[in-house]
Design a protein around this ligand. Structure first.
Ligand SMILES: Cc1cc2nc3c(=O)[nH]c(=O)nc-3n(C[C@H](O)[C@H](O)[C@H](O)COP(=O)(O)O)c2cc1C
Length: 165
């Protein structure tokens, strides 16, 4: 299996509802393709992980590249021969991270989430850690297993599972 983590930013402002719709559409596509994913969003910047068989992930990536309202897609990390999915609970889910208090508590004062997501060079380990933190938080809040078993992981998220901190 292949995991790709990328960062991109919106070129058009979208509301929470728009982003939730986008996530739902992505989840439906991904579910059909057997791809699972998770993303965090802050200030119009996304950090996204998608995982699945190589061909399926590349198919999804093609669609992502074609999506017109985001830009500057930067692959932050990729791993081939992934033994098991790291973010397999949902076909795609999103967590909104736009709470400065949270970021300052975790990373120290003076930082805001869009500074971290937008301006910093995104170290792969940092990106994976950030996604993992958000993912495990979402799994524990929804009581969904972070490492699902079975042939078809990747459920469609409920809107109420797209967390805002
Ligand atoms: C940050 C970001 C992540 C996306 N992730 C996916 C994805 O995982 N799968 C996908 O099919 N499209 C993804 N897209 C692209 C579109 O959101 C998606 O294809 C579109 O909303 C689907 O609409 P439709 O299938 O109803 O035409 C992503 C777009 C953005 C901006």
């Amino acid at each position: 299996m292949l995991q790709i983590v990328f960062r991109s930013h919106l070129t058009k402002l979208l509301s929470y509802t728009d982003i939730q719709r986008l996530c739902l559409a992505a989840a439906r596509n991904n579910r059909k393709a057997g791809v699972s994913g998770f993303m965090i969003e802050c200030g119009g910047v996304f950090l996204v992980s998608i995982e699945g068989e190589h061909r399926d992930v590349h198919g999804v990536l093609d669609r992502i590249f074609q999506y017109p309202h985001h830009d500057g897609i930067e692959i932050v990390y990729s791993e081939e021969n992934l033994g098991r999915r790291r973010f397999g609970a949902w076909a795609m889910n999103v967590m909104f991270m736009d709470d400065d208090v949270f970021w300052q508590t975790v990373f120290g004062s003076g930082l805001s989430c869009d500074e971290i997501l937008l301006h910093r060079t995104m170290e792969p380990v940092f990106a994976l850690g950030l996604l993992a933190m958000a993912y495990h938080y979402a799994c524990s809040r929804t009581k969904i297993l972070p490492s699902p078993v079975g042939a078809r992981p990747g459920r469609i998220p409920r809107i109420s599972h797209m967390f805002r901190r």
